[in-house]
Design a protein around this ligand. Structure first.
Ligand code: 0L1
Ligand code: MG
Length: 260
């Protein structure tokens, strides 16, 4: 286990890379023994430093929620991270100059109406505790060179969180078959990807349940009002200056933005 001092130093290094928009070599190159627990401790340091700087948590997120991605990373559990208030984009433009090498992925997000505390939470309990679901486009921007990392590295890097667009259509989740909700993701008029909610652990509510159960191991819970991104339904697609991005969800509207 790394010392608190090293965790703090590594968190500062990753924040510096984010703020000054430069890549760093993955932490495991220097600390090959870095564990998943170490990764979450470094992530906690990032959350603490952001709070000291006056930023608030805007949302939580799950990543690696597709079976294909978990297989690729050789893991049997997704990962979670935090999205801060300054990461929420409220107009249809993504500023490339603020980022390193961003990618976009389409997701479904939940807004809870009640606290959820694991362990043992199920998708059905999540649906009963959810006020709304909304569409979201997550922008991931790993601070690591060429998105090269191991699982502990990406957890330490706050799961590549960088920006998010949240759509304006809010639906009660019981009005939709969320596993069947289709999504298309187009860039510059060309459809790049498509998928259905079932790509996320069979049903996006399962992702929220898993998050609650993972947090319970660390004595934490999800709170009423919390926004949670459940993981990519589509793959993540690299963005370039001038790109026009458009995503459509069946029954949940659309989100459009331009990369400036
Ligand atoms: O799916 C996610 O949001 C996790 C992203 C972390 C992995 C990456 O940067 O590709
Ligand atoms: Mg994501």
């Amino acid at each position: 286990m790394l010392s608190d001092q090293i965790n703090r130093t590594l968190a500062e290094k990753l924040i510096d890379a984010e703020v000054n928009k430069h890549e760093v070599i993955k932490l495991t190159a220097e600390y090959p023994e870095l564990s998943i627990e170490d990764g979450y401790r470094i992530q906690d340091e990032i959350v603490a430093i952001k709070a000291e700087q006056g930023y608030q948590v805007f949302a939580m997120k799950m990543g690696f929620t597709s079976m294909a991605k978990m297989k690729q990373m050789n893991v049997d559990e997704p990962i979670y991270g935090y999205i801060f208030d300054y990461m929420a984009v409220d107009r249809g433009e993504l500023s490339l100059s603020e980022l390193i090498h961003p990618k976009v992925e389409a997701e479904i997000a939940f807004i809870l109406g009640k606290d959820i505390e694991g362990p043992g939470i199920t998708g059905a309990q999540v649906l009963a505790a959810t006020d709304y679901v909304v569409p979201a486009l997550e922008i991931i921007d790993s601070r690591y060179q060429n998105f090269q990392f191991t699982l502990p590295d990406v957890i330490a890097d706050n799961t590549s969180s960088s920006r998010v667009f949240v759509g304006s259509t809010m639906r009660n989740p019981l009005e939709l078959d969320l596993d069947l909700v289709g999504v298309t993701l187009s860039i510059n008029g060309e459809m790049k990807d498509l998928g259905a909610g079932a790509a996320v652990l069979g049903h996006p509510a399962n992702s929220v349940a898993m998050l609650a159960n993972m947090l319970a191991r660390r004595g934490r819970k999800l709170k009423a009002g919390q926004l949670i991104l459940t993981g990519g339904i589509t793959g993540a697609h690299q963005l370039y200056e001038g790109d026009v991005v458009s995503a459509k969800w069946d029954g949940l509207g659309s989100i459009d933005f331009t990369v400036k």
